[in-house]
Ligand binder design. Structure first.
Ligand code: FES
Length: 267
């Protein structure tokens, strides 16, 4: 039979973007250690609803560590203390009976709070919209061996492609930098032959959009790597810097990309 634990939760409650927020305390009693963190919040929300109170708003979708929707800071750790784990995949067996959990939304100027634990991460969407894609004619899938890719590049691209865009890297960084996110997308696409034709333009556009949104710069704290639920390494940031520098040289030498514009940020 599953063990149960009881916890005290101090949860950030905020009615809306322009409302003041505050911590409120709730008791989470007899929570199965087999429950996930989000299931624990579901149980607390059911209690709050039965009491006629407003449930805690939090983002989620797949609950399988895939979509990047979930996320909150738990006792100072983005996605909680368990490494390489999203909040939805964090299980209550990782906590002890009687623990006090302080639960807050991502803290970043670029991610304004919408409600309680939900923040507006559309800045990341605009960075993707600026260039985080490849342009191809669709049709039949080509033969798997039609585009040879070295094992080294395939492995590095695959690692970078695991980024789920949750924003934990931004929340963990003292500079509020999104460079791990941008680096993962740039690395993933520039390492593969399909992403090469738009390589230089892509990095210019994504970095310009990242700067326009107001994200900070990387100064090597490595907090992003520690918080990333997919274990994406800061080596990707070094690749981003190299790609951006080379793209800037090309722009200077050949006058490329004079037409690049940034999308209007929301904050
Ligand atoms: S809900 Fe999809 S990653 Fe957590």
């Amino acid at each position: 039979m599953a063990k149960t634990i009881s916890l005290t939760l101090k949860v950030w409650r905020q009615k809306g973007p322009n409302e003041p927020g505050r911590f409120e305390t709730y008791e989470a009693r007899n929570i199965s250690t087999d429950a996930s963190f989000l299931e624990m919040l579901d149980i607390v929300n059911k209690e709050l609803t039965l009491q006629g109170k407003e449930p805690i708003a939090f983002d989620h979708d797949c609950r399988e560590g895939i979509c990047g929707s979930c996320g909150a800071v738990v006792n100072g750790h983005a996605h909680g203390h368990e490494r390489e784990t999203t909040l939805c995949q964090l299980h209550m067996r990782k906590f002890r009976d009687g623990d006090v959990l302080v639960i807050e939304p991502w803290r970043s100027r670029v991610f304004p709070v919408i409600k309680d634990l939900i923040v507006d991460r559309s800045a990341l969407d605009r960075i993707i919209a600026s260039g985080g894609y490849i342009s191809v004619r669709t049709g039949q899938a080509p033969d798997a061996h039609a585009l040879p890719v070295s094992k080294e590049h395939a492995d590095a691209a695959f690692e970078a492609a695991q980024c789920i865009g949750c924003g934990a890297c931004v929340a963990a960084c003292p500079n509020g930098s999104a460079m791990l996110f941008v680096a993962a997308k740039v690395s993933h696409l520039s390492l593969l032959p399909q992403g090469r034709p738009e390589r230089w333009r892509r990095v210019q556009k994504m970095v310009r959009q990242m700067d326009a949104e107001g994200f900070g710069a990387c100064s090597n704290h490595y907090e992003c790597e520690a918080a990333c639920p997919k274990g994406i390494r800061v080596a990707n940031i070094a690749r981003l810097n190299r790609e951006h520098l080379l793209a800037a040289f090309r722009a200077r030498l050949f006058g490329e990309y004079p037409d690049i514009k940034v999308l209007p940020p929301s904050v």
